[in-house]
Design a protein around this ligand. Structure first.
Ligand code: IMP
Ligand code: MG
Length: 189
C-alpha cells in the first residue's frame, strides 16, 4: 500500500490500541493506583520490567500522585520470534535492601502465559516485600499456561502477536507510538 507512513507502520496489520486510547488507559489506571496507595505510610517502589514496559511506565508514573521510588528488573523468557521459551531468568535484579516496609507494584507490558509475573511475584514476596501488586498494560488471558490474575489491567487483547509502545518483535517496533497487530508477512517470510 502506498502511503506517507514511516516504513515500520506498514508492518502492522492494524492498530489495536491508539495513542489516544493508551493515554486514557494510563489516566484510568493511575487514578486506581493512586487511590490504592494514597493513605499508605510505607515506601512504594515501582518495579519496571525491562525493556518492554518502559514507555508504559513513563506514561503511568507521571500521572501517579504519590511518593514513589523507581527500580528496574530485566528477565528473559522469550527467545526470538513469537513464542515463549517457557523459562524465566533474572538478568537484572532489584537492589535488595530491607523490603519489609515496602509495597511493590510491578509494571509489565503484557501478560501472556503468566509465567513471568507469577515467578516474579513469588520472588519478590520471598525477598520480604510487605506487598506485591501487578500492573499490566495488556492482558492476553486466552494464552495462560499458569493461573495468574493481575491487579491492574489496561486492556485485554486477543490472541495475536502485538508490537509497539514498548512491545517488540526481534527487538524492533518498540518505538511505535501505538499498539498494533504484527502483519503476518513480517514473521512468515
Ligand atoms: P509471559 O511470561 O508468557 O506472560 O510473557 C510475558 C512476556 O512475553 C512479555 O513481557 C513480552 O515480552 C512477551 N510477549 C508476550 N506476548 C507478546 C506479544 O504479543 N508481543 C510482544 N511481546 C509479547
Ligand atoms: Mg518482554
Amino acid at each position: 500500500m502506498e502511503n506517507n507512513f514511516p516504513a515500520i507502520y506498514n508492518d502492522c496489520a492494524r492498530i489495536l490500541v491508539s495513542q489516544q486510547e493508551i493515554a486514557a488507559i494510563c489516566d484510568r489506571m493511575a487514578a486506581e493506583i493512586t487511590d490504592t496507595y494514597k493513605d499508605s505510610n510505607r515506601r512504594l517502589v515501582m518495579v519496571v520490567i525491562l525493556k518492554g514496559s518502559m514507555p508504559f511506565a513513563s506514561e503511568l508514573m507521571k500521572r501517579l500522585d504519590l511518593p514513589l521510588e523507581l527500580e528496574f528488573m530485566k528477565v528473559s523468557s522469550y527467545g526470538s520470534g513469537t513464542t515463549s521459551a517457557g523459562r524465566i531468568n533474572i538478568v537484572l535484579d532489584l537492589h535488595r535492601g530491607d523490603l519489609a516496609n515496602v509495597d511493590i507494584i510491578v509494571i509489565e507490558d503484557i501478560i501472556d502465559s503468566g509465567r513471568t509475573l507469577s515467578y516474579l511475584v513469588e520472588y519478590l514476596k520471598l525477598g520480604g516485600a510487605n506487598s506485591v501488586k501487578t500492573c499490566t498494560m495488556l492482558d492476553k488471558p486466552s494464552r495462560r499456561e499458569v493461573e495468574f490474575v493481575p491487579d491492574y489491567v489496561g486492556t485485554v487483547v486477543p490472541n495475536e502477536f502485538v508490537v509497539g509502545f514498548g512491545l517488540d518483535y526481534n527487538e524492533k517496533y518498540r518505538n511505535l507510538p501505538f499498539i498494533g497487530v504484527l502483519a503476518r508477512h513480517v514473521y512468515e517470510k
